[in-house]
Write a protein that binds this ligand. Structure first.
Ligand code: PMP
Ligand code: GLU
Length: 386
């Protein structure tokens, strides 16, 4: 093989920390180990039947060709309708771009915002891909640590703003903490955004997975609509991770630039998949409700188990993650995830990828059956007793 030196932009980024943990569990399973996976963030529910049937129909109807790069107009109409109905958010179809997953959405939004060297404030802990995508498109991630209970601290964000800051990247319900932010805190962030003339990228992919409290889209905070690029998608709400479908909402002038990026890369997500997503938005509300009810039960189950083990964590309000500090119960906290996998075959995601200072935390995804959760809790208890 010839020598190959990757370009600098690739040397700046690493593998996906969340995908890596899941991959490790998969390898062990292939070797015959009975691993309980609490790693990757993916609902265990099947994609609702009506969506699958709609995809079949779309294929048979010949939706196998290119469509509009911005996304099928009827899908963008359906997204706008859904946002209006559920959250009272008003976007026109031409203020929406349909993307191949929310991850592409984050990539497009940051590509459209950042010049080389521009800083993005990322409250931590945060989904690891934010750091890498920011770097990949030439930006500089600036980590701002959240409070002890993972509350957003606007004062810290304010102090982190420099001449080079271009945007703040928010994510709530949060991966990995499950926290949502209340109106007052969001208004405090909005005040900084206005005063310092910034943009907000608000990743709201877990917006429907809320168990306590109220989710408020950032674009609904006064005067924020014109400064917010919202990322969302179908992966979590409709259990469609493998379909790769997401969307971006934002002001028309930014959307126009984002569309250029999509035209020159993905072109658009598969046409028949876009068609099937219309069915998700109009016909699958009962599936979403059932899934949310079940996730709430699982959250309580895992949370109670962790408290019994001695973890001091506050109850997460949404998404399907818990991010405990292993220091609460284990002296070699930095290796907790690794030891848990080695000793009792329970796979979690190590905390280090979620930001500096979270090496002693680990992420649990409770998007798995109650039975597996109960087993995992027993195994964790057994591990801690040794
Ligand atoms: N944002 C967050 C916060 C996530 O946890 C994920 C993980 N799935 C994504 C975006 C990407 O989702 P998608 O499958 O739509 O690319
Ligand atoms: N977002 C999910 C997670 O955090 C899926 C993996 C990924 O896209 O990084 O586990």
């Amino acid at each position: 093989m010839r020598n190959y030196t990757p370009p600098k932009k690739l040397l700046k980024i690493g593998e996906s920390a969340t995908m890596k943990a899941a991959e490790k569990a998969r390898e062990l399973r292939a070797k015959g180990v009975n691993v309980i996976s609490l790693d990757v963030g993916e609902p265990d529910f099947p994609t609702p039947k009506p969506i699958i049937e709609a995809a079949y129909r779309a294929l048979n109807e010949g939706l196998t060709k290119y469509s509009q790069s911005q996304g099928l107009p009827e899908l963008r109409e359906a997204i706008a309708d859904n946002l209006r109905k559920i959250f009272g958010v008003d976007y026109l179809p031409n203020e929406i771009v349909v993307t191949a997953g929310a991850k592409m959405g984050v990539f497009y939004a940051l590509t459209a915002l950042l010049d080389e060297g521009d800083e993005v404030i990322i409250p931590t802990p945060a989904w690891p891909s934010y750091f890498d995508i920011t770097k990949f498109v030439g930006g500089v991630p600036v980590e701002v640590r959240s409070g002890e209970d993972f509350e957003l601290l606007p004062d810290r964000i304010d102090k982190a703003v420099t001449e080079k800051t271009r945007a703040i990247l928010l994510n709530y319900p949060n991966n990995p903490t499950g926290m949502i932010y209340d109106k007052k805190v969001l208004e405090n962030v909005a005040e900084i955004v206005k005063r310092k003339e910034l943009w907000v990228v608000s990743d709201e992919i877990y917006c429907r997975l809320v168990y306590d409290g109220e989710f408020i889209p950032f674009s609904k905070i006064e005067e924020m609509r014109d400064r917010t690029i919202t990322i969302n998608g179908f992966s979590k709400t409709y259990s469609m991770t493998g379909w790769r479908l997401g969307y971006i909402c934002g002001p028309k002038n930014v959307i126009k630039e984002i569309l250029k990026v999509q035209q020159q890369t993905a072109t658009h997500p598969p046409t028949f998949i876009q068609k099937a997503a219309i069915t998700a938005l109009y016909e699958c509300e009962s599936y979403v409700r059932n899934m949310v009810n079940e996730f709430k039960i699982r959250r309580n189950l895992f949370y109670d188990g962790l408290r019994r083990m001695g973890f001091k964590i506050k109850k997460p309000q949404g998404a399907f993650y818990i991010f405990p500090n292993a220091m609460d119960v284990y002296s070699e906290a930095e290796n907790f995830s690794e030891h848990l996998l080695e000793k009792v075959a329970v796979s979690t995601t190590p905390g280090e990828g979620f930001g500096k200072g979270y090496e002693k935390h680990f992420r649990i995804s409770y998007a798995t059956s109650r039975e597996k959760i109960e087993k995992a809790i027993l195994k964790m208890e057994e591990f801690l007793k040794r």
